[in-house]
Design a protein around this ligand. Structure first.
Ligand code: DC
Length: 226
């Protein structure tokens, strides 16, 4: 039997505010690849938990919820994506800072991560996939063609997120936001299961001083070298 090659995967992992969501979308658009925003899955579990009155410590109930989530990403629009749960548009709720903080808590549960593993791998379909998250290169797609670990200084990341929220009309205090991001990074990096860390063969890219265009082009050059 002829073994068919798996569609190529490019993983982009990194901490909050490193720009991985923006870069992943631009790289996916340039290559006409599919896009997996894995953080959105953890965010959706947190939203569904709240809706169903499930505590963020109830591993078994949360794992069931994660397994059975009825979700849909509408990527017709290449600039941004709409997220639906049970056919209801939950895009705004998914993007809230409070949802991100709750997602970071459920993401620490092995049972939830396992329940989402297959769902994430199902995104690997032709012509290829760009996957962004925290453990795309280490756990979900260990044999990805290119693994990028995108970083940026903590202050730069907080300022970027602050501007992003301001542009969306959300007024938050920069110092409080900076504290929240730090707390989330610490939780994501220190957890026992699939912590945020670069894969052994990841290419580390510090975007603190780089434009979105430069980072995107750097990743696309790596792809062209394949
Ligand atoms: O990338 P994001 O801000 O949407 O992610 C929300 C939270 O989900 C983040 O704090 C950590 C968690 N997460 C994870 O543990 N693994 C992933 N692959 C993606 C996100």
């Amino acid at each position: 039997m002829i073994a068919l090659l798996d569609p190529p995967v490019i993983t982009i992992d990194g901490p909050s505010g490193s720009g991985k969501g923006t870069i992943a979308r631009k790289v996916a658009n340039a290559l006409d690849f599919h896009l997996l925003d894995s953080g959105a899955l953890y965010r959706l579990v947190a939203i569904a938990a709240k809706k169903n009155g499930i505590a963020l410590t109830d591993c078994d109930a949360l794992a069931l919820l994660a397994r059975d989530l009825d979700i849909r990403f509408d990527s017709n629009n290449k600039l941004s994506e709409k997220v639906f749960m049970d056919d209801i548009d939950v895009t705004l709720e998914v993007r809230k800072e409070s949802t991100g903080a709750q997602a970071s808590v459920v993401a620490g549960l092995t049972e939830v991560r396992l329940a989402l593993l297959g769902r994430q791998r199902a995104f690997q379909v032709p012509p290829g996939l760009v996957a962004d998250g925290r453990d795309m290169g280490t756990n979900v797609f260990p044999s990805a063609a290119i693994k990028v670990f995108l970083t940026a200084g903590a202050e730069v990341r907080a300022k970027r997120r602050h501007k992003q929220l301001k542009d969306q009309g959300v007024d938050v205090n920069l110092a409080a936001l900076s504290r929240d991001i730090k707390g989330r990074d610490e939780r994501d990096s220190s957890r026992l299961v699939a912590p945020l860390k670069p894969a052994k063969n990841a290419r580390i890219l510090d975007s603190s001083e780089l434009s979105i265009e430069t980072v995107t082009n750097t990743v696309l050059e790596w792809v062209a070298e394949l």
